[in-house]
Design a protein around this ligand. Structure first.
Ligand SMILES: Cc1cc2nc3c(=O)[nH]c(=O)nc-3n(C[C@H](O)[C@H](O)[C@H](O)COP(=O)(O)O)c2cc1C
Length: 179
């Protein structure tokens, strides 16, 4: 599957099969996050892969999407590292959420290419996540990404491309801002 196929096929996964991910497959998917670009190559991210059932159960209690978290064979929690956080972009925003988001996108596309489904959850209680995963000071959870084989009708689907998205004319312009 090339990158355009993966982009078109990606769909947030709403339910997972009760089937573990082979370690080599998961390793290939995780290798994509390490290769993501970041501002000044600071790589201000860390990823904790939660697979232990009891830890997953506790993590699920930290989110209103707990059922999805508990059902996934693996759950990747993405973190930003405060000491690596650059000051501003354009004088109004720090780069680190963008850096971590780029790495998460790499992860999701790599997972899609491997036939796996993922979702991207920002609905979580930070303190609970910190406590369950023993997160040290200065490190901040940014996203919870359940990952696994999609149940039939969910996850990657070739029919997904473009549905519910704005048209090119609504979001892309040339030479000047036309809207
Ligand atoms: C930054 C970001 C945060 C998201 N947070 C959540 C979330 O907390 N819960 C959830 O169910 N989906 C979440 N999603 C998934 C989006 O809701 C989903 O990608 C969007 O609605 C498009 O869905 P579609 O591809 O099925 O049209 C998130 C996606 C992104 C990119």
């Amino acid at each position: 599957m090339d990158v355009f196929d993966a982009i078109r096929a990606y769909r947030p996964c709403a339910s997972f099969l009760n089937q573990p991910i082979p370690p080599e497959k998961l390793k290939r998917v995780l290798s994509a996050v390490r290769l993501a670009p970041s501002q000044q190559n600071l790589q201000p991210w860390r990823f904790v892969v939660v697979q232990d059932d009891e830890r997953k159960r506790l993590l699920a209690q930290a989110s209103s999407r707990g059922k999805l978290i508990a059902a996934a064979p693996s759950v990747v929690v993405a973190f930003a590292v405060e000491e690596d956080i650059p000051v501003t972009i354009g004088g109004y925003i720090s780069a680190y959420p963008l850096d971590v988001a780029v790495a998460i996108d790499h992860l999701q596309l790599a997972a899609t290419a491997e036939g796996l489904g993922t979702n991207w959850l920002i609905e979580f209680n930070e303190q609970k996540v910190r406590s369950v995963l023993h997160v040290p000071e200065g490190i901040h959870p940014i996203a919870v990404i359940p990952i696994g084989y999609p149940a039939e009708g969910n996850g990657s689907s070739a029919a997904a491309g473009g549905q519910g998205r704005k048209s090119p004319d609504e979001v892309i312009a040339y030479d000047q801002f036309p809207w």
